[in-house]
Design a binder for this molecule. Structure first.
Ligand code: HXC
Length: 510
């Protein structure tokens, strides 16, 4: 009996060593942790339960029958993050380059099926040379099986991808279908075809970093949601994100203890809006002053910064925040910001996370640059996402809410529940100057008349009271009381139930 126990321990040791000490050292030399070290940092200490440690591939081509390492290049199982269950897979680059065989894929599929069945998030740590070249189509079939799981799990359990090494070719499409993608600076990349193929096909010369590094995907393509300095920081941030999320669409988001007064007043907010309507101010100041303990978890901070998206807590409850940022492009809605915010709103709605919308928007960005690339369709994504969202929706207009953008930004007309406006709000079809130049075109050139018309328009519309008279605004509130008003608004909506007509699924303008 003792011998058998010892044999199990020896086999476990062999499995834990992955591709061997030399390859582990090589991994460390690249500034990367191993698959198991990453899991240890991600999960609560001692909470990891591993599955399929001894699974091996069954390939017999190219001498592979002599190279059958335990685990087949991926470590899978479940554990906890601050006591809450998550499923995890972590590709082991030291074993055959973390390449995906059919059995490797089966291990991933197994934990994804369990995650959906048991209602817990899936976190995938990607570090792989892609399809196992020796296996051919069997490997592709394995990828296909994972993709299908990603689709089935979407909207059922949160899926988070962490890219910590190569992720190329069709392999990128699994992370692409998950809810959040994190990357590590200088050691991870994602692309559909690598620099060599790019050179052959398009004659373009580009490095792997330029083509698909963390900066490219967080600033240009928006494929990734955030990039971190190293593995340790990235995994700590995943833990922080998971703390905001429900385990599945069957559960409410977690409620954390909070150490902040819901009725806290912020006198400085009464002077946040500058006297000059064209002068920007930092919307993040308002977000931080509303949030419990000033804690805000921003998503896609480096992309389309004219809109801010992220999570805060109010009275310990998770709230998704969407806010125009007057500091960048005057907070205008354009293709990128509409896409960014629409995807965020849909995530929140899928997982029962209430949405707070802070509005200061001068409209949609005009011009051929936007129209030729389809701002109509992309802007409609945000409109659609807000309109279909049935979670509690609370909106605060701080300053401009012009034209179509007013309607889009969680207005009453899209079934927002509680719509507040600061006294500094201007709710109108457009700015007073532009409006005057259209409706009093005949007076153009007569500065005095134009000034009088502009003043007249401002008096009528550059305020929240016309909208309030019609009930489109529920209350005009004091800026300093925003945290209190918004907290109470969400508290009043905790049992909200809203139905949509039956449909197979909608047809959001993709
Ligand atoms: C089998 C692989 C492998 C793969 C790497 N290895 N990729 N084995 N299949 N796809 C093995 C290497 O042979 C090596 O084995 C070990 O992993 C480490 O690889 P190195 O090349 O030494 O590492 P490095 O220099 O860091 O380069 C990493 C790399 C490179 C850039 C990922 O290995 C590479 O280009 N691999 C091939 C990538 C590729 O073309 N994959 C197919 C993509 S198409 P030893 O024994 O020497 O340690 C795809 C389609 C998916 O994935 C479709 C889904 C629908």
């Amino acid at each position: 009996m003792k011998d058998i126990l010892q044999k199990l321990e020896d086999n476990r040791d062999a499995a834990r060593l992955g591709g061997g000490q030399k390859r582990i050292d090589a991994q460390h030399d690249k500034g990367k942790l191993t698959a198991r070290e990453r899991i240890e940092l991600l999960l609560d200490e001692g909470s990891f339960e591993e599955f399929d440690m001894f699974k091996t591939h069954r390939c017999t081509d190219f001498g592979m029958e002599k190279n059958r390492p335990y685990g087949d290049g991926v470590v899978t199982g479940w554990g906890t993050i601050n006591g809450r269950q998550v499923y995890v897979f972590s590709q082991d680059f030291t074993v055959l380059g973390g390449s995906v065989s059919q059995t490797h894929a089966q291990k991933i599929c197994k934990i994804m099926d369990m995650a959906v069945q048991n209602g817990a998030p899936v976190i995938g740590i990607n570090d792989s040379g892609g399809a196992r070249i020796q296996e051919g189509v069997d490997s592709l079939a394995g990828y296909g099986d994972v993709f299908e799981r990603n689709i089935r799990a979407s909207g059922v359990v949160p899926q988070i991808s962490v890219i910590m090494g190569p992720c190329a070719g069709g392999a990128v499409y699994s992370p692409a279908m998950t809810d959040f993608i994190f990357m590590v600076k200088d050691s991870s990349y994602m692309f559909v075809t690598g620099p060599d193929v790019v050179k052959t096909v398009t004659n373009e010369q580009v490095t792997a970093e330029e083509l698909g590094g963390a900066a490219t995907h967080t600033k240009k393509s928006s494929v990734a949601d955030a990039a971190f300095e190293n593995d340790v920081e990235a995994l700590a941030e995943v833990r922080r994100l998971v703390d905001f999320l429900p385990l599945s669409n069957r559960e409410k988001p977690p409620v954390r203890p909070f150490f902040d007064t819901p009725t806290r007043e912020e006198a400085s907010l009464d002077t946040l809006i500058p006297d000059n309507p064209n002068q920007p101010y930092d919307m993040k100041e308002l977000i931080l002053k509303i949030a419990d303990e000033g804690d805000f978890y921003e998503i896609q901070e480096e992309f389309a910064a004219n809109i801010i998206t992220g999570f805060m807590r109010l009275e310990g409850q998770t709230v998704g925040v969407v806010a125009n940022q007057p500091m960048v492009l005057a907070g205008v809605l354009d293709i990128d910001s509409s896409r960014k915010a629409a995807r965020f709103v849909r995530f929140c709605d899928a997982f029962e996370i209430p949405i707070l919308t802070l509005v200061d928007v001068p409209g949609f960005l005009p011009g051929t640059g936007q129209e030729y690339r389809g701002v109509i369709k992309h802007g409609a994504k945000l409109l659609f996402a807000y309109g279909e969202a049935t979670v509690p929706k609370v909106t605060v207009i701080t300053r401009k809410a012009y034209g179509g953008a007013y309607v889009v930004m969680a207005s009453k007309h899209l079934r927002a529940d509680i719509n507040y406006a600061w006294p500094t709000s201007e709710i109108a079809v457009m700015g007073a100057k532009g409006a005057t130049e259209i409706i009093h075109r005949g007076d153009l050139g007569d500065e005095e008349k134009i000034a009088a018309h502009t003043k007249d328009y401002e008096d009528r519309f550059a305020n929240p009271f016309v909208a309030a008279e019609r009930g489109f605004i529920d209350e005009v509130i004091m800026p300093h009381s925003t945290r209190k008003r918004v907290s109470r608004a969400f508290a009043s909506l905790r049992s909200k139930k809203q139905a949509m007509p039956w449909k197979k699924h909608d047809n959001i303008p993709l």
